[in-house]
Design a protein around this ligand. Structure first.
Ligand code: ADP
Ligand code: MG
Length: 249
């Protein structure tokens, strides 16, 4: 019987690159409504797993299920339509459009509920209002009239999250959302991810362990392509093998 609680699942997911096994028999279950982090030392296979789940790579073996449906052979664009959206996958940020214009463009893309929103009676006024709401949600209101190109780095990432949210994803996949950010931005972006997850599911690859500890309901630790440990932070952080992996042995 399908488990409604599991929104995204990998079964025996395996990826070989010319005989090198980068991801080996990974079984992953992402529960609906949670923040799930994928961590592990460099070369562990995090990006490969992420790329397999978002269909940027084709698995050598194994299955991917989304809401109980086998999506192993579904195209990335179709998966996005189903509500499984990778940040920055579809919602490009246009540097020469303002923040407001960027979000409005994203809202008009024919995806998910935003499509219905746009197609029904949605007047330009509604669209404008919705764009302002999203901008407010990611704390970009003071920047609404600025060109995207003018945004500081952390604010640009916030805009990328806003344009992804405009697609109304059910599962949002974030690839190192805090990478390259300074202190001030990290705190704000972590709070934003927390808010995003209030009514969606988030799966993220992230290096910042204190943020992962703070945000995640579940953490999967990968090492050499295999799952080393899994559970809440309090559990995986006490696992001696996890510590060892992070000490670089
Ligand atoms: P992580 O994101 O955890 O640092 P990756 O998933 O990027 O790890 O890589 C896992 C392993 O697979 C590494 O040893 C890497 O060198 C190898 N790898 C990744 N992509 C390719 C590729 N396209 N061709 C060959 N080897 C690859
Ligand atoms: Mg990586």
């Amino acid at each position: 019987a399908p488990n409604d609680d599991i929104i995204l699942e990998a079964r025996n997911l395996t990826k070989e690159f010319k005989g090198f096994v980068a991801v080996k028999e990974v079984n992953l279950q992402v529960r609906r409504g949670t923040i799930h982090a994928l961590i592990g030392p460099n070369g562990a296979g995090k990006s490969t797993v992420f790329n397999l789940l978002t269909k940027f790579l084709t698995p050598t073996r194994g299955q991917i299920l989304y809401k109980g449906r086998d999506i192993t052979r579904t195209k990335p664009a179709d998966i996005a339509l189903m509500g499984l959206v990778r940040s920055f996958q579809i919602s490009a940020v246009f540097p020469h459009l303002s923040v407001l214009e960027n979000v409005r463009v994203a809202l008009q893309r024919p995806l998910g509920t935003s499509f219905h929103f746009w197609k029904s009676e949605a007047s330009l006024h509604d669209l404008h209002g919705r764009a302002l709401e999203l901008i407010e949600a990611v704390n970009l209101t003071p920047w609404a009239g600025h060109l995207a190109a003018e945004l500081p780095y952390g604010r640009k990432r916030a805009l990328e999250i806003a344009t992804t949210l405009a697609l109304d994803p059910e599962v949002m996949l974030l690839d190192e959302p805090l990478a390259g950010m300074g202190h001030e931005d990290i705190e704000g972006t972590a709070a934003l991810i927390k808010r995003v997850a209030a009514d969606r599911t988030v799966l993220m690859v992230e290096h910042n362990l204190s943020v992962v500890a703070h945000l995640s309901d579940t953490i999967t630790v990968l090492r050499r392509g295999e799952i080393l440990a899994e559970g809440p932070y309090e559990v995986v952080s006490k696992n001696p093998q996890v510590m060892e992996a992070y000490m670089g042995t």
